[in-house]
Design a protein around this ligand. Sequence first.
Ligand code: PGA
Ligand code: ZN
Length: 414
Amino acid sequence: PIEKIHAREVLDSRGNPTVEVEVHTPFSIGAACVPSGASTGTHEALELRDKDKRYGGKGVLKAVRNVNDVIAPKLKGMDAARQRELDMLMLELDGTENKSKLGANAILGVSMAAARAAASALELPLYRYLGGVNAYRLPIPMMNVINGGKHAGSGLAIQEFLLLPVGADTYHEALRMGVETYHTLGKILKDKYGKTATNVGDEGGYAPAIGTTREALDAMMDAIKKAGYEGSVKLGMDAAASEFLKDGKYHIDGKSLSRDQLVKYYADIVKDYPIIVLEDPFAEEDWEGFIAITKEVGKDVTIIGDDIFVTNVKRLQRGISMGAANALLLKLNQIGTVSEAFDAATLAFRNKYKIAVSHRSGETCDSTIADVAVALGAQIIKTGAPARGERTSKYNQLLRIEESLGKAATYTGI
Ligand code: PGA
Ligand code: ZN
């Protein structure tokens, strides 16, 4: 039974306050920290901020109090392993559609910490507790090596330029291939654009002052070749296109494009580069854009819905019935409980949508998503560049998981 739940305010990787929660049982303590996005989807569950003088309004003391004074007394005495009941009870306590009363950051902190406390009491690794006998697949580390959009001052419209080392036989080989390519890319950028080009953005990727998408992709191709991984390291992009849609046009590479022109823009790029992933190629309400690009290139390219689906079963269902995208980006804090995120994953799998488990641009060293990716058997994990502690903590946790799985571990690419 849960003996005590305690929340406190700590800092994330951008120096913004976030919620840390501890769940105590007689046999264990589970602790978890909640992440935070910058290019957040409008339909995400609400992240409760104090909006007062502290930390420029970004304090989370209200969310902390909601855990300590509202949630904790109700959950005390319950079995930490009854994840779904705990999550449903918190939904009831909140009573709103988007968790705006207690805050998704309050609720998710408890949800994640309860899972950790239960796993530890049962002496199981978290991935095994959450995934059971089906937890053996290591995801492709999809690394964000050039940062643009809201995550950097690079001037690139596309938010994330991603490496996918699909040609490896194991996760640790894939990680090494990605890291070597990342470091090679750093040298290339420095030689071509000068020292400041290797300053990094929020997710540890380089933030060079490059003007166009193709220029960034060319640098990545150059890096893949020089590192010796042509053919085995592929490319992806998270456009986060909601951020460059203004007045009905998509503003990219100095042009303003209609939906149809943007479809063509991506189709041409996919022809010229080994791109196997496109995330949020259109804005969060542009279902038609998602349908069009899925029709155009979806046979060969994994089209991931992030801001459009927000890990929400209702929005994902809508996308599935319309043929919008063919993969789900899964972010725990978009929906606010472990159980609901797993519901979204189940719906995705049943409909042959792939799953990419994802960090946020504001992170901590909490590595829960690494275990979640293996528990779900997700094809992809997206957790930034292989640089900065809050990013490598997830990649490193996957090394530990792979080691502990031993011969049972598989790495099969996409
Ligand atoms: P965010 O970015 O965490 O700032 O929302 C990540 C993403 O768009 O995938
Ligand atoms: Zn995204």
